[in-house]
Ligand binder design. Structure first.
Ligand SMILES: [Ca+2]
Ligand SMILES: [Ca+2]
Length: 334
């Protein structure tokens, strides 16, 4: 009897079931892959979008400035978007709170003044050419804390000048004119204090001339107020020849003017004759006159109670700024 040869182990169904498990494994893996792809497609088409905005510390929504290919950075500047999805007020972005521009919107601000959109005066700093080289000049403001800031005038050609230690609450203004006839513009930087209870009692002035070493501050022919590098003063002695009248005498020039005082203002100003007063240069204008350019400098007399000023015309002569003329005016005459 021929003994049946048992099938070799290799030929038993075992190898067949191993192949089936292998196929089943491939099928399961394919299902998992398909599920992953399906989930991704769902997220892309209808899933929650990634947050596109952040809240400021105070909870207000702040705007975005986005640059293609970059992560969006938060900005205090409300974004002006050209995104068509913004049309009709519908947008996938977070709603933005647009702050109304304010006259004091630059207080505490760091950045270019022409971008300070929360300030009503920011547009007056757009497209300026102070040095007259045809290139646009800009002013960068850096708030340093403790109510102080610096202003840096950038002339677009590598030249710049910085006015340091300015009060945050000042209102900046830049004027320019060739005062010394060298063909280069002088830069007059001023700060006024319009929100003060007496704007005529404060003012900062810095005049810059071009030299081979760059811009340097020129000295005006007035007193410097102690502990404040940008405030010029006129030292005035007051005497009262009679009630409701004050005689103002400028110590530096001997110029005198009699100031009539209203009866209701007299109690507030009569004590001024006890000591010399440092009247502050609070308004300066660059004037192009027939005989050349000059500075018109205004000093208010006797504070906010009296509407009288002394005006000093200052011109550059042989490298020095001198008082060319001094006169008294009432505010109503200006
Ligand atoms: Ca320029
Ligand atoms: Ca000049």
């Amino acid at each position: 009897m021929k003994e049946e040869k048992s099938a070799p182990a290799e030929e038993r169904p075992r190898p067949k079931s191993k192949s089936l498990i292998c196929w089943l494994g491939i099928l399961v893996a394919a299902c998992i892959l398909a599920e992953i792809l399906l989930m991704k497609a769902c997220v892309r088409d209808g899933g929650e979008p990634e947050p596109s905005g952040q809240k400021a510390a105070d909870g207000k929504i702040i705007g975005w400035q986005e640059t293609e290919g970059q992560e969006a950075e938060p900005s205090e500047t409300p974004a002006t978007s050209s995104d068509p999805t913004d049309a009709g007020g519908e947008s996938l972005r977070e709603p933005q709170e647009i702050q109304e521009p304010s006259v004091i919107g630059h207080w505490g601000y760091t950045g270019y003044l022409d971008e300070c959109v929360q300030w009503t005066d920011y547009e007056s700093f757009r497209g300026c050419d102070y040095d007259g080289d045809g290139r646009t000049d800009r002013i960068y403001r850096e708030y340093r804390g403790k109510e102080l800031c610096d202003y840096r005038v950038e002339f677009g050609n590598g030249e710049e000048l910085t006015v340091t230690d300015c009060y945050d609450t000042g209102f900046p203004k830049v004027q320019h004119c060739d005062l010394n006839g060298d063909g280069r513009q002088e830069i007059l930087f001023t700060l006024s204090y319009l929100t003060s209870t007496d704007p005529t009692a404060f003012g900062d002035t810095a005049l810059y001339e071009w030299t081979q070493e760059g811009y340097r501050e020129a000295e005006l022919p007035f007193e410097r107020q102690e502990a404040d590098g940008h405030t010029y003063c006129l030292r005035v002695d007051y005497t009262s020849p009679e009630k409701y009248r004050m005689l103002a005498t400028v110590k530096a020039t001997g110029f005198q003017t009699e100031v009539p005082i209203a009866e209701e203002a007299w109690p507030s100003v009569e004590s001024w004759e006890r000591e010399p007063a440092d009247e502050v240069l609070w308004r300066v204008s660059l004037i192009q006159g027939e005989n050349g350019a000059y500075l018109e400098c205004a000093f208010s007399l006797l504070g906010k109670w009296v509407e009288s000023e002394i005006i000093a015309d200052v011109a550059e002569r042989d490298g020095v700024y001198r008082i060319e003329d001094m006169r008294a005016v009432a505010d109503s005459e200006e």
